[in-house]
Ligand binder design. Sequence first.
Ligand SMILES: Cc1cc2nc3c(=O)[nH]c(=O)nc-3n(C[C@H](O)[C@H](O)[C@H](O)COP(=O)(O)OP(=O)(O)OC[C@H]3O[C@@H](n4cnc5c(N)ncnc54)[C@H](O)[C@@H]3O)c2cc1C
Length: 437
Amino acid sequence: MSRKKHTAPVTICWLRRDLRLSDNRALQMAARSGHPVLCLFIFDRDILDPLPSDDARVGFLHRELDAIRAELEQLGSALLVKHDTVASAWAAICDEFAVKQVVVSRDYEPYARERDEKIYDYLKDRGIEFKGTKDHVIFEKNEVVKADGTPYTVFTPYSRKWKEHYRLHPPADVPDPGPGDFYPCAPLPFPTLSALGFKPSPIAIPPKVLNTALLNTYATRRDLPAVAGTSRLSVHLRFGTVSIRKLYAQAVRHSDKYADELIWREFYQMILYHFPHTTHASFKPAYDRIRWLNDEKQFAAWCAGTTGYPLVDAGMRELNTTGFMHNRVRMVVASFLCKHLLIDWRWGERYFAAKLLDFDLASNAGGWQWAAGSGCDAAPYFRIFNPTAQQERFDPDFAYIKKWVPEFGTPAYPKPIVRHEDARNRCIAVYRQALTE
Ligand SMILES: Cc1cc2nc3c(=O)[nH]c(=O)nc-3n(C[C@H](O)[C@H](O)[C@H](O)COP(=O)(O)OP(=O)(O)OC[C@H]3O[C@@H](n4cnc5c(N)ncnc54)[C@H](O)[C@@H]3O)c2cc1C
C-alpha cells in the first residue's frame, strides 16, 4: 500500500517567475495534462538564506503568493508551499503526492537552468515527466535570430526582426484553467513571513497597473526622473505578476517607445540565454583587460550617495530608500562608477542586485555592461556621460535632486570626489590601453 498522504494522480505546476493564475502558460499547459493541477511554490533556501531579513522582495513574493493561495482555495484547491532547498523539497513532494507530471515556465538564468536540469533528472528517474514552456518572454532562445541562425548582438536589427516575428506569429490566446482543472484538496499550510526568517520591509511595491495616459506621454516624459513618467512595472515583470503578452498588446496600441523597452528586456533575456558567461565576464573580452582602480572608499561614497555629483547621489539614495532607480539615472550612476571612478562594473552590478526590487540578472548585467562599454551594443568607451550636463538636461530645476539630497546647495553637501575632466581623460587613457594591448 502507498504511504503517500495524497494518492490521487496529480500534475504539479511549479510557479517561479510566473506568479499569477491568469494567462500563465505553464498553468494552461498543466491543465491539459490529463490530471488535476496542484500549484507549488518553493521558497528556495539557497536563494533566501543569504538575504537580509528585511528584503522587500521576499515580502512582496509572500504577499503575492498569499493572494494566489486565496484564489486557489476559492477554487477548491490549494497552494503547496515548501521552504527548503529545491532538491529536498522535491524529495518531500514525491513522497507526499502521486506526481505524474511537472510543468514550469522556463527561466533563462544560469542558476535556474542548472537547477531545472537536476530536477529533470531526479523526476525522470522516478518516471515523472518534467515539461517547460515559454511564459517569461514573448520570444525566446532561437525564435528571433539572424538569417544564418546566429543570435543578434545589436538591438536595432533584433527589434526589427522581433516586430516582424510578432506580426507573423502573435502569441495565441489560450483559455485559463477552470475550477474543474485544479486538484481538489483542503488548504495546505502557508508559512508566515517570520517563519521564513523575514520581516516586513518599509519599502512599498508599485501597483501592477499600466494606464493609457502614461503610455500616451511616455515618449516625452520617460527620461525625466522627477516625474512619474515610467510605469514602474519592472518588479512585476521580473516575478511574472503581470503577463508580458497582455502588457505588450496593451502597450503597442499606444506607445511604440514603451513597446521597444519591453523588447530591450527580451533582447537581454536572449543574450543571457546564448551568452550566459556575460553575467560575470565582459561580452567583449578585451574589456576584461581594463585595469580597474577599485578604490573601496570611493565605492562606499558611490553606494551611500555622497560623491558630490548630485544626480549620482540622488539616484543612489533613491535606490537605497525605495529599491528603485529611474532608468536615466541608472545609466548615469553606472557610467560614473565604471568610467569616472574606474571601478569594475561587476561591483556595481552586485550592489544593484542586492538593492533593486526589480533585480533581473539579464537586464542588470546587460545594463551594466552597456554602461561600462563592454557589452553587446554598448555605449562606446569614449562616450562618457557628464553627470552635470545630464542633470541640466533631465533635472533642470533640481526637483529630483532636492527630493533625494536635501542638503544639496548647503555646506553639508560633499565636494566632488573626482574632477569630471580629469576623470574623463584618465578613463579614456585606461580604456584605450586595455583595448590596444
Ligand atoms: C545599469 C542598469 C541596470 C539595470 N538593471 C535592471 C534590472 O536589474 N532589472 C530590470 O528590470 N531592469 C534593469 N534596468 C533597465 C531599466 O532601468 C529598468 O527596467 C527600468 O528603469 C524599470 O522602470 P520602469 O518599470 O518604470 O520602466 P519603464 O520605462 O516603464 O519600462 C517598461 C519596462 O520595460 C523594461 N525595460 C525598460 N528599460 C529597459 C532596459 N534598458 N533594459 C531592459 N528592460 C527595460 C522593463 O521591464 C520595464 O519595466 C537596468 C538599467 C541599467 C542602465
